[in-house]
Design a protein around this ligand. Structure first.
Ligand SMILES: Nc1ncnc2c1ncn2[C@@H]1O[C@H](COP(=O)(O)OP(=O)(O)OP(=O)(O)O)[C@@H](O)[C@H]1O
Length: 343
């Protein structure tokens, strides 16, 4: 790990914090002796810049969780990384957390890379008081005088509008919204450069969700962290992300500034996602897509969206479209949008 890890300056400022290149992550399963590869992430490339909230959207089973697991280095059988690389600026040279030495991974977790997950119970130990979680995860990185550390925790809890009394509570004694705010405080107290947020507000009611999203944004602005924010909920993306990538059947199909995706979607699948969002006062029936999401053990040839696409032509079943710029900063993988986008 570099000595200046997590502290951008000069040239480093211009470098993305995370670069994912042509990532392929498959589940290798075996049924009755027949081996299968579920191609959950198949040729995904993107970069997350410093200080941005980068959104990842896609319907259920499109591969979002698999992509996050791969980035977080949580690779366990049957999942395998079969190709590509994942490079964090604060952990250069390994091509992914899964390839880095254990000591480096332990050193960067919480300090440089942290997580806010759906439901938060995966982080909070149900039989330990909240204070113990801060001591276990954050104290080894922050160190110093214990009284000062505890004051730092109390000050940080105030940022997420939590009373110091939560430190004495067990997770089950708190509401879902309070637990998610504790998880947010835990994930950010070490001021990490990169935070992975996986459906962090999905289990919350709308009012609490809005409050927690505002807190994520507030802390992110204050710390300058980059956030990879994953949810199927396009309304949440509209609310919080700066740029947005749309995933379909294991591949990215579009990426642009979030406002641009909502204003000017290009890929037929993104157009469908945007047009099916409910709008106040608009009672017109929504057009369904038709067809079903593909089986990733045997995905369609060419563009994986072609069997459901209203614009599909002959080339779409034959060739795989690659992500190309349709306009500055707006990438799309579609032959109907960009004629010459073969690899
Ligand atoms: N442990 C596993 N073993 C085999 N296949 C898996 C496993 N986990 C996920 N998959 C398959 O990988 C594909 C992608 O799943 P993934 O969970 O990454 O999608 P997702 O977009 O996160 O969906 P959701 O929003 O429902 O969580 C799906 O076809 C899924 O069935």
């Amino acid at each position: 790990m570099q000595a200046n890890a997590g502290r951008p300056d000069g040239d480093q400022e211009a470098q993305p914090l995370l670069s994912v290149r042509d990532l392929q992550a498959y589940y290798r399963t075996s049924h009755s002796g027949v081996r299968r590869g579920i191609r959950a992430v198949d040729g995904v490339s993107f970069k997350v810049r410093r200080g941005e909230i980068y959104g990842l959207a896609g319907e259920s089973s499109s591969g979002k969780t698999t992509l996050i697991k791969s980035i977080a280095g949580a690779i366990r059988p049957p999942l395998e990384i079969v190709g590509g690389s994942i490079e964090f600026a604060f952990l250069p040279g390994y091509g992914g957390l899964h390839r880095a030495p254990r000591e480096d991974v332990e050193r960067i977790r919480w300090r440089h890379l942290s997580y806010i997950m759906q439901g938060s119970m995966s982080v909070l130990n149900p039989v330990r008081r909240i204070k113990s979680s801060f001591v276990d995860f954050a104290y080894p990185h922050i160190g110093g005088n214990r009284t000062q550390f505890e004051q730092q925790v109390v000050d940080h809890l105030a940022r997420v509008k939590l009373d110091p009394s939560v430190l004495a509570a067990f997770p089950h004694e708190l509401s879902g919204g309070m637990r998610q705010r504790v998880a947010l405080a835990l994930a950010t107290i070490c001021r990490p450069g990169f935070v992975i947020a996986d459906e962090p507000t999905t289990a919350l009611d709308v009012v609490v969700q809005k409050e927690v999203l505002g807190m994520i944004r507030g802390i992110q602005r204050e710390t300058g962290s980059s956030v990879l924010f994953v949810t199927h909920d396009m309304g949440v993306h509209a609310h919080i992300t700066d740029r947005l990538a749309i995933m379909y059947a294991g591949r990215l199909v579009e990426e642009a500034a979030t406002a641009e995706i909502f204003r000017n979607p290009q890929h037929p699948y993104t157009k469908h996602l945007i047009s099916s969002l409910p709008r106040i006062g608009d009672d017109a029936p929504r057009q369904g897509l038709g067809g079903t999401p593909p089986n990733l053990a045997d995905p369609p040839s060419g563009c994986r969206f072609h069997p459901r696409c209203p614009l599909a032509s002959e080339i779409c079943s034959r060739e795989v479209p690659v992500m190309r710029e349709a306009a500055a900063g707006h990438r799309v993988a579609c032959f109907a949008v960009i004629k010459d986008n073969k690899a």
